[in-house]
Design a protein around this ligand. Structure first.
Ligand code: PGA
Length: 248
């Protein structure tokens, strides 16, 4: 049985007081949720949100992390700095990092390995662009991102995969539950080849891309969809709470 995992990615939104306000209301309203929940604020709000979620059932996530441990890396944030604040999980390889900031599979793989070595969970994001989908290359792209992103990872128990078709992120267009499930099932076949069936069956695969209160139930009802990585709808308590409580 896979435990559902719902995560909110606040991206580059909210100052500290806005982050504080949202975190307080989530902690108040989500205390009875039996499955896993995570919020990933901006770096500058991490410490503020860490104080609020401490001792609650909300995990604290970061949206990115440096590939280097320390040193002359202007503008970067290290794994040690994240751990120091209380971060337990890091989102890696988000499509905005891949497509806007040029992160490669090799770089993302190095980050996944570093996070795991340092005891942080990771959410590894994968997904095809519209052109890649239209060219019939979904399996090639997503399979490649999974294989390269997980190279050298021997224990998958602290890795969540997020399938986020790029064309569905922030666009209001959601993959149909059936289309998303097909890709999730494909990801499990790749994991079976790389590891084994029991690892593939145990791995949590989130869907991301315009998840809303109105579509979360249908998505979560699919056999291979175990959670959601939510952007826009995670910015307001009114929309994130019903998503987080999709089955409560
Ligand atoms: P969205 O973003 O929910 O706003 O589409 C999802 C994501 O980028 O993780």
């Amino acid at each position: 049985m896979r435990t559902p995992f719902i995560a909110g990615n606040w991206k580059m939104h909210k100052n500290r007081s806005e982050s504080h306000e949202l975190a307080v209301s989530l902690v108040q309203k989500l205390g009875d949720v039996p499955h896993r929940l995570l919020v990933a604020p901006t770096f500058t709000s991490l410490e503020t949100v860490a104080e609020v979620v401490k001792g609650s059932n909300l995990l604290l996530g970061a949206q990115n992390m440096s590939v280097a441990r320390s040193g002359a890396h202007t503008g970067e944030i290290s794994v040690e700095m994240l751990k120091d604040i209380g971060v337990s999980c890091v989102i890696l390889g988000h499509s905005e990092r891949r497509h806007t900031y040029g992160e490669t599979d090799e770089m993302i793989n190095a980050k996944v390995l570093l996070a795991l070595e340092e005891g942080l969970e990771s959410i590894l994001c994968v997904g095809e662009t519209l052109e890649e989908r239209e060219a019939g290359a979904v399996e090639e792209v997503v399979g490649g991102q999974i294989r390269k992103g997980l190279e050298g990872v021997t224990d998958l128990s602290h890795v969540t995969i997020a399938y986020e078709p790029v064309w569905a992120i922030g666009t209001g267009k959601t993959a149909t539950p059936e289309d998303a499930d097909t890709v999730h099932a494909f990801i499990r076949t790749v994991l079976t080849e790389m590891y084994d069936k029991s690892v593939a069956e145990a791995t949590i695969i989130q869907y991301g891309g315009s998840v809303k209160p109105e579509n979360v139930k249908q998505l979560m009802a699919m056999e291979n969809i175990d959670g959601a990585l939510v952007g826009g709808a995670s910015l307001k308590a009114e929309t994130f709470i019903p998503i987080a409580k999709f089955n409560v």
